[in-house]
Design a protein around this ligand. Structure first.
Ligand SMILES: [Zn+2]
Ligand SMILES: [Zn+2]
Length: 177
């Protein structure tokens, strides 16, 4: 009996499927064996390859960023305009992280009264901000984090900071301006 076209087609499909599966298994075993025999060489190569590639990728991206900086900035501005809520959330989050880092680096409490509640704490320039009146607190925090300098920066709570700033002393005593 002659096979119909459909049956022939099905048979062929079945055959290919079987062939593929059998070979898949064979291929898997083969490549596993190959890997075991050439392991060191292969690992070395892939590591080398990875390292070289990482350098390349890094270079590529920094170059790409440099060239398209304006575009990125524009994109960022556009995004911020369209996502004011998210932007605020991002800012608050990263600001908090940033502040926390500063607080951890500089002891985590007011240098005068020992207040530890982070919401009450702020950065203080020891001996004021000579000639640097314009440095805002986030720029100062950045600087304080970048280079740990406990002679220049310390943590104060707002009470002690205000008192020191306006009156030149804190009633808790013992702080030099
Ligand atoms: Zn205090
Ligand atoms: Zn105080």
């Amino acid at each position: 009996m002659k096979k119909t076209r459909d049956v022939r087609l099905r048979d062929r499909k079945e055959y290919h499927k079987r062939y593929y599966q059998e070979n898949k298994e064979k291929k898997r075993i083969y490549s596993k064996k190959y890997y075991q025999e050439h392991r060191e060489e292969m690992d070395r190569n892939s590591k080398k390859h990875r390292n070289e590639n990482m350098e390349k990728t890094k270079r590529y991206f920094s170059e790409y960023y440099r060239k398209n900086r304006e575009k990125y900035l524009e994109y960022g501005r556009e995004w911020a305009k369209n996502n004011p809520e998210k932007r605020k959330e991002h800012r608050t989050k990263s600001y908090r992280k940033f502040r926390n880092k500063f607080f951890s680096m500089y002891g985590g409490k007011c240098a005068c009264c020992g207040e530890e509640t982070r919401e009450f704490l702020c950065l203080d320039h020891i001996k004021g901000q000579k000639g640097k009146k314009n440095q805002n607190s986030s720029a100062a925090t950045r600087e304080a984090i970048k280079k740990y300098n406990p002679k220049k920066f310390r943590i104060l709570c707002y009470n002690c900071n205000m008192s020191l700033g306006f009156l030149g002393y804190c009633p808790h005593g013992g702080l030099d301006k």
